[in-house]
Design a protein around this ligand. Sequence first.
Ligand SMILES: [Fe+2]
Length: 277
Amino acid sequence: MNDDFEKVNSKENKSILDSRSNLESIKLGIPSSSHVEKFKEKIIEMFNNYGALVVEFKSNEDPREQLLCFKDIFGTTLTHDRADKDMIAEVAVSDNFQGYLGTSNVEHPFHTDGAYEETPPHITALRCEIPAKSGGTTRLVSGKSIYDYLMAQNKIIANALFAPDALCVERAGRKSCQPVFQREKDRILIRYRSDETSTPSQKPEVQEAMLEIKKFLENKTNYMAFTLKERQVLIADNTRILHARTAFAKNEPRKMHRLFFSGKSSPESRLVFGFPA
Ligand SMILES: [Fe+2]
């Protein structure tokens, strides 16, 4: 194991996102999209340490520019059902997309994005154009806290979530049955969703584990909460961090733009995914 990797690993235990986390520690101010390259090292360091960061752009630009500028760092962009030609999806209340919690105002419970895909995106980026006046709060939780909690409760139920059919997620005609926890070398990647689109395996251990996760996610000390402001971009490791959004009034003009990245950028980018086993 190389020194860099050990450094990342030892820092990670101190980098759990929960109610004690301070937004300032994961926030990075950048003048404009053309300055992103200069901040590359810092962005990668924060991403690897916490699994998430919030970039706050100082200047007003096309929202698309403030997402596409991360391509060199986070790799190729990935499309989505509702995405445009740049693979960017507008996230706002709309009656045109029934069955998508992202285009509703009701609570969007904890999940990882693209859980119904065979290969979910490694990175999800969400830029705020118009925040809700009240509600619409972002919540983040570390996959490592969930894993550690389950292991402490009962190793058998925790390990049941490594089964290939632990969780099926189906949406818009696409269905994928995969583990919740997946080992990749000495890391663990998480994939999670718990709403009407998801069906856990009938195995009692899996059912119990999913109930335990729900219980864990209901405890507000276990997650970090904040409201994204205009020109702030949340960038998260979708294999390490679960995200949620609280409800807001239907007539709120809240508007966000989202873009997925593959995480496959140049080898020297040294991005680290998931959490240590
Ligand atoms: Fe999401």
